[in-house]
Design a protein around this ligand. Sequence first.
Ligand code: URP
Ligand code: ZN
Ligand code: ZN
Length: 472
Amino acid sequence: MTTLITGGTVVNATGRGAADVLIDGETVVALLTPGSTLLGTDLARSVDTVIDATGKYVIPGGIDAHTHMEMPFGGTFASDTFETGTRAAAWGGTTTIVDFVVQYPDQNPVEQFALWQDKAAGNCAIDYGFHQILSDVQDSSLHAMDELIAEGVTSFKLFMAYKGVFLSDDGQILRAMQKASGNGAMIMMHAENGSVIDTLVQQHLARGETSPYYHGISRPWQAEEEATHRAIMLADLTGAPLYIVHVSAKQAAEQIALARDRGQNVFGETCPQYLYLSLEEQLGAPGFEGAKWVCSTPLRSRAEGHQHQMWNSLRTNDLQLVSTDHCPFCMKDQKEMGIGDFSRIPNGIGSVEHRMDLLYQGVVTGEISLERWVEICCTTPARMFGMYGRKGVLAPGADADVVIYDPAGHTSIGLNKTHHMAMDYSAWEGFEIDGHVDTVLSRGQVVVDGGAFHGRAGHGRYVKRGLSQYLI
Ligand code: URP
Ligand code: ZN
Ligand code: ZN
């Protein structure tokens, strides 16, 4: 099966240009001068399928390096399964996700990895890899790290918050980092000071301040900056590489920039919610409405300028990529568990379908260039998490994960009916997007085209990842 994508502008992180993309089976085999011939014959006549991309951008498939399908969390499960979540991702131009295997205290990480492989196998519409969450680091977890790296799980998430659930203390973090400094693993950090947060939560609840707004108030930027700084210091002490997840406070981004300027291998991601949404407008919505946007780290104050600084940090490479932290919960029966007590609202926002569109708005408004859009959504995630070459680039030898994006198109995000995530609301309701994901190919197969889904559960394959390309 050969496919030729003609007439489009191919955009990689390194530049753009008019080119036709020739695909053989699952693989890109050539980028060609438009109208190329093969031994005198028009190439378009020699292939099985021609896709016309005139006037459109042809980009590598998006990589969402932070999702939580079916995650057991907050007394319930994230509402997207691997099947519904990866289908929604495909609709939005994401062709690879990296999800998180969960290890709760006393569980065996390697057994948990096998469990998560079972959940995903046969269900995914697009390719998928795994990071491993380690809670309460013990000797057994440290031994498991080597085993998991051999299986393609080369990054490990630790938590400085959620005491009794995920939290590792500084000594445990130190030990995991010591291990990572020797085996090439990337340490991912949920950087918030859990003890400070837990105390503030109790104080607000005792005062009767129970609405979703107080979720944000009880997780102040100081708790994020302090934890980010502490994680950076522990990484410096051990020589471990460090990747700070879901950065929302401008002060935390500044800590990352300072560490990088000192020459430390510290990286950071932010998420669409921290670029667009705020404490005042969303978390502070009337009644219980703000629960839709309860996530951690929390949405930050627009008056304090965090959102604008996130864009600046992305443009200047102080932050390197954008993932969604897709962790959806329905309002009914899930978010509603926190009526009268914001601390019982399951933490998470669903955005896996909208990341490419939402970040493209940064191109439209001049915050980032077209190439930087591809870099932060496709290329850097591949390089950061050991998939580059196969993923994150349109070049000979790469998997034919391709998105045809129409800059003249339009996407309206409305209520449930306009998205494909298993949620009874949209955190992005009312957003009008300049641009449209027209066609999506996953390893050479058209999975979305003409406003219809053509993929299937089980097409997606496990991606056995290598070590991060940013490390030496
Ligand atoms: O609110 C969030 N972020 N939920 C998912 C779990 C996590 O900390 O990433
Ligand atoms: Zn987290
Ligand atoms: Zn997360």
